[in-house]
Structures are given as structure tokens and as C-alpha cells.
Ligand binder design. Structure first.
Ligand code: AMP
Length: 488
């Protein structure tokens, strides 16, 4: 009997009385207590009829119990599907039906309003208790799983606007965890300052898995709060964040060597870190941020070195077990090409989408990231743009097509373009330009309100502009660059 992630990340910690989670209120949870939560939740999941391979979704606030759900799903062999709490009922309903979720976990206060959503999708609904230790379900046996079996699924939007479920196997996640622990020198004496969400690959897999592999603790915060980060940083040695975390820390006049002196490593990813943020951070703290690059579909692909030059504006070298190449065929200019990767980290495809999966790979089996890059003479990879039309705001992805489709369906709208402009806090800010249908004058405030009811807040345009027509090139493609210049 084997269960790769359970055997490597959870089982070795189960009986340990050492601290796993330091919480914001000063309390702690040992590895052993965490294993108890996971065991009880596993019992609840099995009692609801979930079988190995079934999908178990969770739309819950970040908490130790929410993290224990991941461990519980691994134990029973279910495919864990964490969902952003910002998703609306409409979005949630789509995910539940798309991959035929068996069981959805929600927070107690959402039980009433989510029961209809779960029902409509044929999913069961379970409340995640604040303290799962009170559950009295027997702890089920560990399910047998092979390295190729799915451990998790994360939805990522596409240029089509329709979110796709990226299927991640035990081997995908474990190989990446092992590589990251090695290249970042994660050790049992480390403490990770964890303020990322745990519905995304960054906070859930990159951050949590590497600490589990080393049996090391995390300071586990419900969300990013600059004041709390400043207070707790002296007790940590490693921090992982999106670029917004770093700009927000720098916006705190009190932040400097006093807080960062004890830290060993600051890591950034999920969106481009501006070279000027890198430099300002070093000037303030003496630390050079280590930037790395990955995607939901692949987990991490490249990283700047722990020892050796961390080059601002670059994402470093391919991980030891990842092969990376540039496809110059994209014709974006001298030395620029689409970044393509191969390795044990690359996902098993999109749920139920054979054709989309095939399109995501080249004929010779390389995954097409859709990111444009260069590789310099020393081997450093730099991301210079995206082939795909994507906005990253506060580290979260917004695919313009999804929002444009909704706006275009509104009365009086001819067409729309949604694009990102630079924002000092969020990296990018979402903007919409709307062209009216002939003879119409759509009310943008009304449209904005209707969109607000349908998609998560981070996807909603923060500014709306009425334009006569969208600018287009000779090929008829909307010129988002021109819109950005105009409205940025
Ligand atoms: P996600 O699937 O949410 O992890 O988003 C993946 C995308 O985020 C990638 O395809 C890149 O466009 C972008 N990304 C991630 N890390 C970086 C980075 N360090 N620099 C620039 N872009 C990044």
C-alpha cells in the first residue's frame, strides 16, 4: 500500500509534538494535533460516501482546519479542489458541475446560501467545523494511490474565458516540492511567514509542501496584514509572497532591518517583481529577493539561485528536473520566444478537455506556457511578456475574455475590451473600455453593478470608459496597447 504525498509529507510528521502552525492569536498547533484534524476530516469525508478519485471542493476561509482538508483528501485518495472565497455562486456552480464534485466544504455561515448551489450541481455539502477535533468519525485507512493518480485540481482561466481544471498528480506535486527544498535549502530550523491564500498553488503547494517535507513550522496568518507581518517577521526565517506583499511592506515607513534582520530568505512569484522593488527592498533590508516563476499547470519552473547572483528582473534558471526552451517561432523578435517546459512537474491535462489539453502541448510534448521569454548568456530566464491575454492583479489572474463576454451581452453594448494598466499596489489594475451599439448609450454604472453580482471582486473593472470604437490593427485585432497608453 502506498500513497505518495501522504507517505512523504504527512505520515512522517503525524506523531511529532513539535509546532507546525503558529497562529495570529499566539496559539499553536503541533504536527500531531494537525494530523488529528486531518484524520477526523478524512472520517467525515468517507462518511459522506466519497471514494478515491472523487473530487472534494472547498470554498472556505484560510484556517488550520482548511489546510487539514488538503491532508484529509490526500489520506482518502480524493482529488482536492480548493476555490477562491471570492467566487460568486454562479462561478462556484460552474466548477461543481464541470468536474462533478462529490462533496463541497463551506464555512458554517454559508451553509444556508450554498445548499441550493450544491444541490443544483448534484454535490453534497458539508460544513467545515472551526475545530474538526470535535468530530467523532473514525479515522479511515490511508487510501492506496499511485504517483500518476490525481491529488488536486486547480482551476485556471483560459483565453477562451472558460476556466479549466488543471489536474495535478501526486508525482507532479512531490517532484516540485523536492526540487524546491533542495534549491532553496529549506531546513528543519526554518520558520515560514505564511500570509498567502491557500486556494492557489503558491500558498498551498509551494509554501506548505516544502515546510511539510522538512517538518518545519509556519506562522500561519489568515491574510496579508502589513502591521502583523512587521510584528511577526522577527520570529520567521523565510517569507514567500506575491510582489504586492513586497510593495506593501516597503510602504510601511517602520519596515527595515529591525524586522528583516533575522530572515534568511525572501521569495517572490506569481507576477513580475519590478526591478525597482527588488532594489528598494535591498536598500531597506539588505536582502535580495529571490524571484521564481511558475504556473498552476506546472507548479514552479525556474528560480533565481540561493547561492549566486539573484538577478533583478529575471526569474533565474530552470529547476534541476525541469527542461526549458524558447520557441522562437512566435516571431516576437530577436531572441524572444514562448517559454516551453517539460518535466515531472507538468500537469496531467485539463479536466474533460482533450482538445484544450492537446493545444497546450507542442507536437513533441512540451508544455506551452504562453509566456514570452529570453535567456541570457549566463542562462538567466527573463519573462518579457505574455502571448496570452492575461491581467495579474495582486497576484491573481484575470482573463479579460471572461469579463468581456459578460459586458458584451449587456444591452446597448457593441463590444468591449478589458485590459490591465500598471498599478503601484496591485501590479496591474483592471480597466474596461466599452463601445456602444449604434444609437445606444449604455449606462456603465448599471453594467458595472450587474457584473459585480456575477464575478469575483478582483476580476471586476475598477474603471469604466465609454469609447466611440475600439482601436484595431490591420488584422482586426483590438489594440490593447493603445488602450493602455490612453487610459493608463
Ligand atoms: P498562475 O497559473 O495563477 O500561477 O499564473 C501563472 C502566470 O503568472 C504565468 O504564466 C506568468 O504569466 C505569471 N508569473 C508567475 N510568476 C511570475 C514571475 N516571477 N514573473 C512574471 N510573471 C510571472
Amino acid at each position: 500500500m502506498a500513497n505518495p504525498i501522504h507517505d512523504v509529507l504527512f505520515a512522517p510528521n503525524e506523531a511529532r509534538e513539535t509546532v507546525f502552525l503558529h497562529l495570529a492569536d499566539g496559539s499553536t498547533l503541533t504536527h500531531r494535533a494537525f494530523a488529528t484534524l486531518a484524520g477526523r476530516l478524512a472520517g467525515l469525508i468517507v462518511a459522506q460516501g466519497v471514494k478515491p478519485g472523487d473530487r472534494v471542493a472547498a470554498q472556505v476561509e484560510k484556517s488550520p482546519a482548511a489546510l487539514a482538508l488538503y491532508a484529509a483528501c490526500v489520506r482518502v485518495g480524493a482529488v482536492y479542489l480548493p476555490l477562491n472565497t471570492a467566487y460568486t455562486h454562479e462561478e462556484l456552480g460552474f466548477f461543481l458541475s464541470d468536474c462533478a464534485v462529490s462533496l463541497l466544504f463551506c464555512d458554517p455561515e454559508h451553509e444556508a446560501d450554498l445548499s441550493a448551489v450544491a444541490d443544483a450541481a448534484g454535490a453534497g455539502l458539508a460544513v467545515l467545523p472551526e475545530d474538526p477535533a470535535i468530530l467523532d468519525h473514525p479515522v479511515p485507512a490511508v487510501a492506496d494511490r499511485s504517483p500518476d493518480d490525481l491529488a488536486a485540481m486547480l482551476y485556471t482561466s483560459g483565453t477562451t474565458g472558460r476556466p479549466k481544471g488543471a489536474m495535478l498528480s501526486h508525482e507532479n506535486l512531490l517532484s516540485n516540492t523536492r526540487a524546491l527544498v533542495e534549491i532553496w535549502g529549506i531546513r528543519p530550523g526554518d520558520t515560514l511567514l505564511h500570509a498567502l491564500p491557500i486556494y492557489h498553488s503558491h500558498g498551498l503547494f509551494v509554501a506548505t509542501n516544502v515546510m511539510l517535507l522538512r517538518g518545519a513550522p509556519m506562522i500561519f496568518l489568515p491574510k496579508f496584514d502589513a502591521g502583523l507581518m512587521l510584528r511577526l517577521m522577527p520570529r520567521a526565517t523565510v517569507m514567500m509572497g506575491v510582489p504586492t506583499f513586497y510593495t506593501r511592506l516597503l510602504a510601511e515607513p517602520a519596515f527595515g532591518r529591525d524586522q528583516a534582520g533575522h530572515m534568511r530568505l525572501f521569495i517572490s512569484g506569481s507576477a513580475p517583481l519590478l526591478a525597482q522593488t527588488h532594489e528598494a527592498f535591498e536598500a531597506r533590508t539588505g536582502h535580495r529577493i529571490l524571484e521564481r516563476y511558475g504556473l498552476t499547470e506546472t507548479s514552479m519552473n525556474t528560480s533565481n539561485p540561493l547561492d549566486g547572483e539573484r538577478r533583478a528582473g529575471t526569474v533565474g534558471f530552470p529547476l534541476p528536473d525541469v527542461s526549458l526552451r524558447l520557441d522562437a517561432g512566435t516571431g516576437e523578435g530577436e531572441g524572444i520566444g514562448e517559454i516551453q517546459v517539460k518535466g515531472p512537474n507538468v500537469f496531467r491535462g485539463y479536466w474533460g478537455l482533450k482538445e484544450k489539453t492537446a493545444e497546450a502541448f507542442t507536437g513533441d510534448g512540451w508544455f506551452r506556457t504562453g509566456d514570452l521569454g529570453t535567456i541570457d548568456a549566463d542562462g538567466y530566464v527573463t519573462i518579457v511578456g505574455r502571448e496570452k491575454d492575461l491581467i495579474i492583479t495582486g497576484g491573481l489572474n484575470v482573463y479579460p475574455k471572461e469579463i468581456e463576454t459578460l459586458i458584451d451581452a449587456e444591452e446597448g453594448v457593441e463590444e468591449s475590451a478589458v485590459f490591465g494598466v500598471p498599478d503601484s499596489d496591485f501590479g496591474e489594475r483592471v480597466i474596461a473600455a466599452v463601445a456602444p451599439a449604434p444609437g445606444s448609450s449604455p449606462d456603465l454604472a448599471v453594467i458595472a453593478e450587474r457584473i459585480a453580482n456575477r464575478v469575483a471582486k478582483f476580476k471586476q473593472p475598477k474603471e469604466w470608459h465609454l469609447v466611440d470604437a475600439l482601436p484595431r490593427n490591420a488584422m482586426g485585432k483590438v489594440q490593447k496597447e493603445e488602450l493602455r497608453r490612453h487610459h493608463g
